[in-house]
Design a protein around this ligand. Structure first.
Ligand code: SAH
Ligand code: F3S
Length: 490
């Protein structure tokens, strides 16, 4: 795609000039991905932090660079090019990236030819500021500019520093066949949308990943089929809000007439089409959105045995006034109505959520509403975070980050403790039942045991026997830990 057709969305000037240390990645931990693949005489070390979308993007980057003669290495000491795919959602991951850059700085002093690049959300947020702050960085590339990597690298080889942080209205990398990195050969991610139009007031993602756009379903189905033919048995369809997926011959949603909207290809249609590839291909998806999740989606999940009965439906807060300040577009009642719909249509569904404690102006009463919602829903699992202000977001402009750090942390601890009880209770419900498990590999704790997940996304561990990864087995569960089911193949 040429740059003529891209829209430049710089977030507010605040974003560009403010020098704040930022927050950590999704799920509070930054995951490091080492890539080992490909042929070529130049070596790429690629590390990813943050959400699944970043991992998926790294696979696109590896594919683009394989075409430029780069093969991957898991040892950064032998790299010609080091790329870090970054996250800006919370503080830890950004701090970790800065820490990593310090490590790489030492390498660069020994080997001035080494090129170092920052990709992803931090690149988009900080733009050329990165080059000034982190003198060792040669390349800054935003999430929609990866096709430009080969030419940006050439500029660096020619002695320049390079930045491309243009965001796009169209880029979906639909035609790029991702190189599967760090793969177990069984499960894979497929991006179905990019960007987000929701504008939750706390969230930096709409600024770092740009406007929402859906990917052509043919390319999604082709990618899933290809994976299945190569032995993969599970795909996870990824988007910031999968429920807003919509395809009408590439036309932006806003330009569609009523009739075009009615006949457009929806997320429910996409789920069905993916499920029909083979009954042996499991389909998962993330992330669902309470504003947009329709009963059609739930009926599609219920209808196909191979669409997993697991929904990640972030609530953020149990208080309607809080949800309004968060600009989430639903109330507590509407959220609970969606949970009731899930339980009605998919009775055995696993449900997880995201919670933020201590968002701007959160009163004790609003916090109690979150506690009571957790008690009412009894989630199987939750990702829980203390609010961390992000420059440029609506909340940063409109509200004061006025809940004291200690209060945010105390509320978070309370939420975590309660959720741990619920998770343990929910896991216990699997005891004495037979679970269909897709085997993903050897258990980390024991070479004699294998692990996989059941439809509800709970990890199941069992003796190896003659089984291998990629196979489906039925496991009778006879023991549980707070988060894992243990049993024997029957
Ligand atoms: N729709 C996305 C959300 C990405 S951010 C998705 O695919 O999950 C993931 C989670 O991080 C959010 O659901 C929210 O709970 C949390 N989060 C986002 N911004 C945050 C902030 N400023 N402080 C704390 N947590 C935040
Ligand atoms: Fe962020 Fe809300 Fe989108 S949490 S990614 S703005 S759905």
């Amino acid at each position: 795609m040429s740059h003529d057709s891209v829209l430049i969305i710089f977030a507010s000037p605040m974003d560009i000039f403010e020098n704040k240390v930022l927050d950590e990645s999704r799920q509070g931990e930054a995951l490091v991905l080492d890539a080992t693949l490909g042929v070529g005489n130049k070596k790429l070390f690629l590390e990813s932090y943050g959400c699944a979308m970043n991992f998926s993007d790294s696979e696109i980057v590896a594919s683009i660079l394989a075409g430029k003669g780069y093969s991957s290495t898991s040892d950064y000491n032998e790299a010609d090019l080091i790329l870090i795919n970054t996250c800006s959602v919370r503080e830890g991951a950004e701090q970790r990236v800065r820490g990593r850059l310090k490590t790489f700085n030492a390498l660069k002093r020994k080997n001035p030819k080494l090129m170092i690049g920052v990709l992803g959300c931090m690149a988009e947020r900080l733009k050329s500021q990165f080059l000034e702050q982190e003198k060792i960085v040669d390349l800054v590339v935003g999430p929609d500019a990866y096709r430009d990597l080969p030419s940006l690298i050439e500029s660096v080889e020619g002695g320049l520093k390079s930045v491309n942080v243009l965001l796009s209205l169209e880029e979906t990398y639909a035609d790029i066949s991702p190189v599967r990195l760090d793969s177990n050969g069984v499960t894979a991610f497929i991006s179905i949308t990019r960007g987000c139009d929701n504008m939750c007031s706390f969230c930096v993602v709409p600024f770092t990943r740009g406007r929402e756009r859906s990917r052509n379903p043919e390319s999604i189905i082709a990618e899933a089929k290809d994976l299945f033919e190569r032995g993969y048995r599970e795909v996870t369809l990824l988007g910031q809000n999968v429920d807003s997926y919509l395809w009408a011959e590439g036309k932006p949603k806003k330009e569609l007439s009523g009739e075009e909207l009615r006949s457009a290809f929806t997320f429910a249609n996409l789920l069905e089409a993916t499920a029909k590839i083979s009954s042996d291909l499991r389909v998962r998806f993330s992330t669902s959105n309470p504003q947009d999740m329709t009963d059609d989606v739930l009926h599609a999940i219920a209808k196909y045995e191979n669409i997993c009965n697991y929904i990640h439906l972030p609530v953020q807060s149990g208080s309607s006034s809080m949800l309004e300040r968060m600009n989430r577009g639903y109330s507590r009642e509407k959220y609970l109505e969606r949970i009731a719909a899930i339980r009605r249509i998919i009775p055995d569904a696993g449900i997880s959520t995201d919670i933020i404690t201590g968002f701007c102006g959160e009163t004790e009463e609003e916090h109690r509403d979150t506690i009571s919602l957790l008690k009412q829903v009894q989630f199987d699992f939750a990702y829980m975070f203390a609010y961390s202000e992000r420059p440029g977001t609506l909340a940063h402009k409109k509200y004061k980050d006025d809940v004291p750090e200690a209060v945010k942390k105390n509320r978070l601890q309370e939420v975590i403790a309660l959720q741990q009880e619920h998770s343990a209770e929910r896991t216990k419900k699997g005891l004495g039942k037979v679970h269909r498990v897709l085997i993903e590999g050897v258990s980390k704790k024991s070479n004699d045991r294998l692990y996989g997940r059941n439809s509800q996304n709970t990890v199941v561990v069992f003796p190896k026997g003659n089984h291998i990864k990629g196979e489906y087995v039925n496991v009778l569960v006879n023991e549980v830990t707070p988060a894992t089911l243990l049993g024997d193949v029957v």
